[in-house]
Design a protein around this ligand. Structure first.
Ligand SMILES: *[C@@H]1O[C@H](CO)[C@@H](O)[C@H](O)[C@H]1NC(C)=O
Ligand SMILES: *[C@@H]1O[C@H](CO)[C@@H](O)[C@H](O)[C@H]1NC(C)=O
Ligand SMILES: *[C@@H]1O[C@H](CO)[C@@H](O)[C@H](O)[C@H]1NC(C)=O
Ligand SMILES: *[C@@H]1O[C@H](CO)[C@@H](O)[C@H](O)[C@H]1NC(C)=O
Ligand SMILES: *[C@@H]1O[C@H](CO)[C@@H](O)[C@H](O)[C@H]1NC(C)=O
Length: 486
């Protein structure tokens, strides 16, 4: 979190959290006479068909006495969205019911918001705001669907569909599906999407939303659910920490542009395990301000594999450190594991380990690209986000274009690159006819250890003296705000 965000967050806590807690403490004691579900033996607490009446601080007359309430096991505090007037037919807008269930559950410790199976809930863009009492669970067993039409989105655009802000000790789980229904967004031609007259003529917003985004959140678990067909990124964490993502599935078609699987930014202490992710863009994208990220047993593809970056765009500062991805399989992807930075950026990426990576038909399995540019041309600059201490260990399988591409900056060569136990072979005979490229190492310093196949990938320059010459001078010139904290 940036200092400014931290201040805002503290202000928010001061001015909002106390009244919310005080007003809503009694809310969970409202007795639900709403629909029961066989799979729950504790009974459901919630309000039936609340028509948007504002909640008062006083419990209604039929509330059980507090002593009774306090005897209840915490796990019985289930707030079923159907008890809040949701239709669950996939057509009616159930956003209000979700928001009301959230408000009720948020103010009760250890509450569960149930999205029951065998129902489909149409939800418009919503913000689910904390802070809430600890151990809140959003249990998604049914389907949550986004608006199907672009015209259902505000024209000025939104960065996300389901926006979770300032939650802590929070869990999303269940066997259900979050379906962004993004196909209409993907059909818009990328080149025209940013053009305002085209957008006006078709009444489409200027931003493609992320499906689920956490902001300013701590100690969050997302597990078991599927997230599919997002207009853009599927699951994003920004300014957050203590994140566990496990056993989730993320899917959208390989031709859906800009659909990242999981996107991390300014987020630390992240564990992503046992995920299956296939979409049109990065499987997992790690941006500036991330550290202590551990990715384990993840399957990626199609898409762009696991990516750090792009970092340092528009001369910005990037700081990424201590990232591990282990026991990864990647198939039918553009790249496998990669770091990409723009020329002109500042800061550094260091302490990155990719190990036990199994690739199949991946165009370029191993990439460091310090000349990243998604326009026709980019300005040359001698500044660069420095890349050091990067290990590729145990990368095996097949490539469809170039086994290794390490293009490091002239002014800041990559240092401490380790290529150990890398065994790659061409994906198919078809590619042997002229499409294959030789491995490339440019200003990449470090060490290698056999086995290394194909032969040409043993192309690192030994040692690392080159970069040391430059680092002293530039460190002195920099303003402190241009530098990463140690
Ligand atoms: C994190 O959240 C979980 C579930 O809500 C809770 O059980 C656990 O105590 C929390 N951990 C910390 C360190 O607060
Ligand atoms: C993984 O998630 C699925 C539901 O999508 C669930 O059936 C299964 O039990 C979960 N596995 C574990 C190990 O929790
Ligand atoms: C690096 O991150 C891992 C989690 O992936 C953590 O266990 C370890 O303590 C971190 N190391 C440092 C030096 O911060
Ligand atoms: C990777 O994980 C899979 C599934 O858990 C396991 O079967 C396999 O042995 C692991 N591979 C390595 C190299 O750790
Ligand atoms: C940047 O440098 C490269 C390599 O020296 C050169 O080929 C290219 O023309 C330069 N581009 C611009 C925009 O100056």
């Amino acid at each position: 979190m940036s200092p400014k965000n931290s201040v805002l967050f503290l202000l928010f806590l001061l001015f909002h959290s106390t009244p919310i807690f005080l007003c809503d403490l009694t809310e969970g004691r409202h007795v639900g006479n709403g629909r029961k579900h066989n799979n729950d033996h504790h009974g459901h607490w919630g309000r039936k068909g609340n028509n948007g009446r504002p909640k008062g601080p006083n419990p209604p007359a039929h509330s059980p006495p507090p002593s009774h309430s306090d005897d209840r096991p915490y796990s019985s505090r289930v707030f079923d969205i159907l008890s809040f007037g949701a239709a669950g037919d996939g057509v009616t807008d159930d956003s209000k019911a979700l928001l009301q269930a959230w408000e009720a559950a948020c103010s009760v410790g250890s509450a569960t918001i149930e999205i029951p199976s065998e129902f489909k809930f149409l939800i418009r863009p919503v913000t689910l705001k904390g802070p809430c009492r600890p151990d809140l669970v959003l249990k998604i067993d049914g389907v949550i669907m986004g608006p199907s039409d672009l015209s259902d989105w505000p024209h000025k655009g939104l960065l996300q569909w389901i926006n979770l802000m300032w939650v802590h000790d929070f869990t999303i789980r269940g066997n259900g599906i979050v379906d962004g229904r993004g196909s209409h967004w993907w059909e818009e031609p990328e080149s025209l999407f940013q053009e305002s007259t085209y957008r006006k003529s078709k009444i489409i917003p200027d931003t493609k939303p992320t499906a689920i985004r956490f902001y300013g959140s701590q100690n969050v678990t997302v597990r078991d659910i599927s997230i599919v067909n997002s207009p853009q990124c599927h699951l994003k964490f920004d300014g957050s920490g203590g994140i566990r993502v496990s056993n989730i599935t993320i899917m959208s078609p390989g031709n859906s542009p800009n659909t990242d699987g999981i996107h991390l930014q300014n987020t630390n202490k992240v564990e992503i395990t046992d995920a299956t992710i296939g979409c049109g863009d990065d499987c997992i994208s790690i941006q500036t301000g991330c550290s202590e990220v551990y990715i384990h047993r993840v399957n990626c593809g199609p898409g762009h594999g696991i990516s750090l970056g792009s970092l340092g765009r528009d001369n910005s500062l990037a700081c990424v450190n201590n990232i591990t991805a282990k026991n990864i399989t990647i198939q039918d992807a553009l790249s496998g594991v990669r770091i990409k930075t723009w020329q002109g950026g500042k800061g550094w990426v260091r302490g990155v380990t990719f190990s036990d990576v199994s690739v199949s038909n991946v165009e370029t399995p191993i990439v460091i690209d310090q000349f990243y540019c998604d326009r026709r041309s980019c300005r040359n600059s001698s500044d660069a986000v420095a890349v050091s201490d990067v290990t590729f260990n145990g990368v095996r399988g097949t490539y469809a274009r170039q086994p290794v591409y390490l293009a490091c900056s002239d002014a800041r060569p990559c240092e401490g690159v380790r290529l150990t136990d890398v065994e790659l072979s061409p994906a198919s005979e078809r590619h042997l006819r002229g499409l294959l490229r030789q491995p490339l190492c440019w200003n990449a310093y470090g060490e290698t250890r056999a086995p290394l196949l194909p032969q040409g990938i043993d192309c690192l320059q030994k040692g690392g003296a080159a970069a040391l010459l430059l680092s002293g001078a530039s460190a002195q010139d920099s303003h402190p705000s241009d530098q990463c904290l140690p």
